[in-house]
Design a protein around this ligand. Structure first.
Ligand code: AMP
Length: 306
């Protein structure tokens, strides 16, 4: 089984959804994705927290056996993000505040022993930091890249530079349109491939995800849920579950990519059922296995005779 290295934000979030709210709770792209990935493979984080980072939050990451040698503690406050969602479309996160705090001066340093880790996830953070991480790694087998609308708008040049380094980029339907100007999903995905990544996954929230790459195209449905409480971290959990399960399988083929998409979607379905990281933090392989059974029952297509 291979290991996973994740670079991204470790944060406190202020959240307001139609079904719950909190002024401050553990969040961040690296947090959600490492909690998800650690279910399937040994996972390490590279990031930074401030002096206000709580002992109990550190204890949670430690309890999941997440490697924390690359998690620096700096003077100042932990990254803070505040956002809300509207009932009409819970797939869109509206940002009210982004306080970079300790991330403003962060210079990622990958511990020497982690530089050979084969599966690298560049989770959401400034693309210049993502690029610096790729420069320190020793020829990873697979690099997954995520980003967000903020960086597409203010750091496009840096984003394009890191896009040229990756095996797969994951975006939601709005990000893909913002980055390429293409409204049609398949054309937008093709335009992404021309920008550098070898493959792309376009996430369509509750409508599932589509993979396009040299091995072929794959459409995966999402697990239908009765209620979404908080969509925060769904994308990060998907990506973390995806790369963790890919590392567990060890090889990159169309089949292993497809299975990883299924596992990513199943894992993310738990995140959105609770506020903050609670859903993914309380997850076990047994719970994912049980949900997988349910998922396969309704997701398979019957053959037709024509
Ligand atoms: P998502 O999976 O897209 O819902 O990611 C949500 C997480 O992204 C939250 O926990 C935030 O802390 C984090 N986040 C929001 N804005 C940024 C940003 N500009 N850079 C890095 N992480 C962010």
């Amino acid at each position: 089984m291979s290991e996973v290295l994740i670079v991204g934000s470790v944060a406190y979030d202020g959240l307001k959804t139609p079904y719950g709210s909190t002024p401050r709770t553990l969040g961040g792209a690296a947090t959600y994705s490492s909690l998800a990935s650690s279910l399937y493979a040994k996972t390490h984080i590279v990031g930074v927290v401030g002096e206000d980072f709580h002992k109990k939050d550190l204890a949670l990451l430690k309890a999941k056996k997440i490697g924390l040698d690359g998690l620096a503690r700096a003077k100042g406050k932990t990254f803070f993000w505040k956002g809300f969602y509207k009932k009409e479309d819970m797939n869109i996160a509206y940002t009210l505040k982004t306080d970079l705090n300790v991330f403003a001066t962060f210079d990622p340093k990958i511990p020497e022993k982690d530089r050979k880790i084969p599966f690298l996830f560049l989770a959401n953070i400034h693309p210049a930091l993502q690029y610096r991480v790729t420069q320190q790694m020793k020829r990873p087998k697979f690099i997954l890249l995520d980003t967000m609308n903020l960086w597409i708008n203010i750091a496009r040049k840096e984003l394009l530079k890191v896009m040229g380094k990756v095996d797969l980029m994951v975006l939601n339907d709005q990000e893909v349109k913002l980055l390429t100007g293409e409204a049609h999903l398949k054309q937008a995905a093709r335009a992404i491939l021309k920008m550098g990544p070898k493959r792309v996954i376009v996430k369509k929230g509750e409508h599932g995800a589509m993979l396009i790459g040299p091995e072929g195209t794959f459409l995966a449905p999402a697990m239908p849920l009765d209620r979404v409480v908080d969509p925060t971290g769904a994308g990060d959990t998907f990506a973390g579950g995806f790369i963790g399960y890919l590392a567990r399988q060890g090889k990159v083929t169309l089949d292993s990519l497809k299975r990883s998409i299924v596992v990513g979607s199943l894992t993310a379905s738990f995140t959105v059922q609770e506020l903050g990281v609670k859903g993914v933090a309380g997850l076990s392989l047994a719970k994912v296995r049980a949900r997988a059974k349910e998922f396969y029952r309704f997701a398979s297509l019957p053959p037709v005779k024509l």
